[in-house]
Design a protein around this ligand. Structure first.
Ligand code: GAP
Length: 515
């Protein structure tokens, strides 16, 4: 088993043991690619949502929120192109009977070539030492150049096959590259077929008639069909945006890798309406803002990279992904798309209702262009969990498992721990707990030895522990223990509240986004 699989496995079992994520309907052996969030998971999720919402809607005075319904009129999905074009090209391996996305198999082949280049660079860096110039090496080493050329060729082949919808060419590429099934190791592939990802269900009317409706595959369309409602009711002027957080559903064929790819998941999406012709400026603005939002959490800048789309979706004239270094490698975390006027124009055509904005400065009406930012809440959750999960050896040789979750997002912010269960320590600790729990999510714990209690808090990512000892009764001071450095400082109990606000308030984090 590869180490990345090991890491993911440890993460899945830690998430279950400590109440972050459970397999759905587990007593019936679970339902594939469906998960439930446990007591700490739901708080972490809520904190991520709060960070996104405040950064988008609170910081930007030209953004407003919306919570549209999951069910929409079926024509919505005809207009948006999802009925006809929301397909994945799928291919089956005849030996393992496993189904794959053809484009993902090819992307994985490209990733393998990229890793080969990285390996060459590492080896050369060791060989040449301080005098090593990686840029020069990339430009001149024949082996590296060969890999890079192959990557370009494969990308180009895939791009044209996808753009032309040429499924045969896609299959030929897989065969030519010698792609093997990760499970059976065989190259025995079926044809490539298109598969629509929307879940359909029946809407029963009073008279007993039924019509097919879909579970929304994205929240975005709810914002488009409400564009004029929002613009008029909130008196918005272009440029302005509509933000939404909500569930989306896709009948993913290859649903695996824990909560990375699910059939029911949550999106945090923002649609920004702009004057036609200014969309690229705004595309760049949102790219910069979104990467800043990620970087502010401190999970490590090298864990993120942009990946421009090879195949643009039917609605886009520019698109990039923010990829995150998950345990299984760099994968899409967020998409930023310049969606042109495709959606509003289509809704105008299909509904017969004008979707135009009268621009008072230009004294003319037009259908706005849209720049979208779309991030999966569950993927963000996984990104945080995987970057935070650490198994560390301590000075005394013992091990601790710690979730170094960015402190503003941690499900429990503070644990209040009396050193012993007697001598008036629990009473003082409880008074502190009752004072602090109004401002922070706190836990009170008096069971087991203090070291064991610290380990329990480390495992759920609590950034600070406050320990009350006998001296606290005399000098009114408590010990504040930091989760990451494990340093301890004595703090006047009366100052705890203000000192903790300095470290835990989300407004401090948001401040860094406005600099
Ligand atoms: N409105 C545009 C849109 O939906 P997308 O790239 O298909 O774009 C946006 O989805 C984000 O939603 C992705 O970047 C990803 O984080 C998340 N996402 C998409 N499919 C998902 C799935 N099956 N499971 C979990 N998250 C998913």
């Amino acid at each position: 088993m590869s180490s990345s699989e090991d890491v993911l496995k440890s993460l899945v079992s830690h998430a279950k043991e400590y109440g972050f994520v459970f397999p759905s309907s587990e007593i019936y052996d679970g339902l594939s690619a469906t998960y439930d969030y446990g007591p700490y998971g739901v708080d972490l999720k809520n904190n991520i949502k709060a960070y996104w919402w405040k950064a988008m809607v609170q910081i930007h005075t030209n953004l407003v929120g919306l919570d549209s319904a999951i069910f929409m009129h079926p024509t919505t999905w005809k207009a948006s192109g999802h009925v006809d074009a929301f397909n994945d090209p799928l291919i089956d391996n005849k030996d393992s009977k496993k189904r794959y996305r053809a484009d993902v198999l090819i992307e994985e082949h490209i990733e393998k070539l990229r890793l080969k280049i990285e390996k060459e660079l590492e080896k050369a860096a060791q060989r040449f030492g301080d005098s090593f110039d990686p840029e020069m090496y990339l430009k001149t080493n024949p082996r590296v150049l060969g890999y890079a050329e192959e990557m370009d060729q494969v990308r180009a082949g895939m791009k044209s096959a996808l753009e032309e919808g040429n499924l045969e060419a896609l299959r030929n590429l897989i065969v030519e590259l010698g792609v093997v099934c990760p499970l059976s190791g065989s190259k025995n592939w079926t044809e490539v077929r298109q598969f629509n990802l929307m879940f359909a269900t029946e809407l029963g009317s009073v008279s007993g008639e039924a019509s097919t409706i879909y579970l929304r595959p994205e929240t975005a369309q709810g914002s488009y069909v409400n564009f004029l409602n929002v613009q008029k009711s909130a008196r918005m002027k272009i440029p302005f945006g509509i933000a939404q957080i909500g569930k989306a559903f896709r009948n993913e064929i290859i649903a695996r890798q824990f909560i990375f790819r699910m059939r029911e998941f949550e999106q945090m999406e923002m649609q920004f309406f702009v004057r036609p012709g200014t969309e690229m400026e705004w595309f760049e603005y949102w790219k910069a803002f979104r990467i800043k939002w990620h970087a502010a959490l401190g999970l490590g800048d090298s864990n993120y990279r942009f990946h421009d789309h090879i195949k643009l979706a039917h609605y886009a004239n520019a698109a990039t992904d923010i990829e995150f270094n998950f345990p299984m490698g760099f994968k899409e975390l967020e998409g930023i798309h310049s969606r042109t006027d495709f959606d509003l124009k289509a809704h105008e055509t299909f509904s017969g209702r004008k979707q135009q904005y009268f621009d008072p400065e230009l004294q003319e009406s037009y259908i706005p262009y849209v720049v979208e930012t779309a991030i999966g809440l569950d993927r963000m959750f996984l990104a945080i969990l995987s970057a935070s999960f650490k198994e560390e050896q301590l000075e005394d040789g013992s091990m601790r498992t710690v979730l170094a979750i960015p402190r503003w997002l941690a499900p429990v912010k503070l644990a209040i721990l009396p050193l012993v269960k007697k001598d008036g320590l629990p009473e003082l600790a409880m008074r502190i707990f009752n004072d602090l729990r109004l401002d922070f999510t706190c836990q009170y714990d008096e069971k087991d030895a203090i070291g064991k209690r610290y380990r329990r808090q480390d495992a759920i990512g609590t950034p600070f522990c406050i320990t009350i000892d006998h001296q606290s009764l005399e000098d009114g001071m408590a010990t504040l223990r930091d989760r990451d450095s494990m340093t301890q400082e004595r703090i006047d109990i009366s100052e705890l509240n203000s000192r903790l606000h300095e470290r835990l308030d989300m407004s401090r984090l948001l401040q860094t986004l406005t600099d």
